[in-house]
Design a protein around this ligand. Structure first.
Ligand code: SF4
Length: 346
């Protein structure tokens, strides 16, 4: 799970589980029946994207493990909805109902490349399609050659994919591009029982197998971790996220992004009502980043998309956001921000 610019309030933000922690059998999502259907029944309408052009493209600088910083072109692709139905996911909101039309993805990428203009000598690209790059319904395999041809300018190419869809096509795609392929996979949590409740259709063993396959092939691994995952008791929110970061790094992830969990998909609102998820507060995000700062064998960042919604104090808001930007840029957040006007100041 990660960000997608959206005209409506967008997700990729977190929560801390409520007082009950594991309120399992009371949940409408775990009381039996078809869990995916129950999650889907709470959805609002989609905002149908135009498959003729990317949803968005923009540049950001990103820290690499060697300490350097590189420009990364982000291309948010319009395509088919993911076949999984994770309970926390809202990425379906800007997807097509049917399969991605053949030729649409290379056309969208070409539009982004034309519109973004000249690229620096060292530049990465992220192709995020709100689904799985190696799902044939999302990215028709017949388009792989044309996509690869457009990726010549990039020394690193990041795509996202569910661990169960990392297979031979992924390895073949890595061989087609001149840059290094990086596959971003959602680990979300390292707690097997919690993971099962996320309806992600994945076990920790699935993640491990995909991670091993990628690293054996020389493909880089990036992981997403929810801060916190639903069903994690509030008191364990930071510790649980740290466990997941360490788990991913131990399996070869060179970059882990903490995703503050968010509502907006209907299901998360229901979990919050049930006390099974509480949106994360800023102090929790800061505590998690502070605890991740000593990790030196991977880049750890926090997704700051729309995070200013967590901050209401006009006195310290800018400084606190800047502190987390510094964490992302350097790996070190620096001293905490003190604010006499804000009771939640760190
Ligand atoms: S696998 Fe990713 S895109 Fe698919 S439902 Fe889960 S979080 Fe959303």
């Amino acid at each position: 799970m990660r960000r997608v610019p959206d005209p409506a309030p967008h997700p990729d933000a977190g929560r801390a589980a409520g007082p009950g922690g594991h309120a399992a059998s009371a949940s409408v999502f775990t009381a039996g029946g078809n869990t995916a259907a129950r999650i889907r029944s709470r959805r609002g309408p989609k905002i149908a994207p135009d498959p003729a052009r990317p949803i968005a493209h923009f540049r950001e600088e990103e820290r690499r493990l060697d300490g350097s910083r590189a420009v990364v072109l982000h291309v948010l692709l319009a395509g088919a909805e993911c076949p999984f139905t994770c309970i926390y996911c809202d990425l379906w909101r800007r997807t097509l109902d049917g399969p991605t039309p053949a030729g649409a993805i290379p056309r969208q990428l070409a539009v982004a490349l034309r519109e973004t203009g000249p690229l620096p000598a060292t530049c990465g690209v992220k192709l995020y399609n709100a689904s799985n790059f190696f799902d044939p319904r999302a990215v028709p395999p017949g388009d792989d050659a044309s996509i690869a041809a457009l990726l010549q300018p990039f020394d690193r190419v990041t795509v996202e994919c569910h661990p169960r869809l990392v297979g031979r096509r992924c390895l073949a795609f890595a061989d087609r591009i001149p840059g290094r392929l990086e596959v971003a996979m959602g680990l979300e949590t390292a707690d097997a029982a919690t993971l099962a409740r996320l309806n992600k259709g994945m076990t920790l063993e699935d993640f491990d197998r995909a991670a091993a396959r990628l690293t054996r092939a020389g493909i880089a691994l990036r992981a997403f971790v929810l801060l916190p995952a639903p069903f994690v008791p509030a008191a364990r929110a930071v510790e649980s996220a740290l466990d997941a970061v360490r788990y991913a790094v131990d399996r070869g992830a060179g970059h882990v992004t903490l995703i503050p969990s968010r509502d907006g998909n209907g299901a998360m609102e229901r979990l919050r009502e049930q006390g099974q998820w509480t949106p994360p507060v800023w102090n929790l995000i800061e505590e998690a980043t502070d605890r991740c700062a000593p990790i030196s064998n991977a880049v750890v960042t926090v997704d700051l998309w729309d995070t200013d919604r967590f901050l209401t104090c006009r006195h310290c808001r800018t400084a606190r956001i800047a502190r987390l930007r510094r964490f992302n840029d350097t790996g070190s957040p620096g001293p905490p921000v003190r604010c006499s006007a804000c009771p939640s100041s760190s």
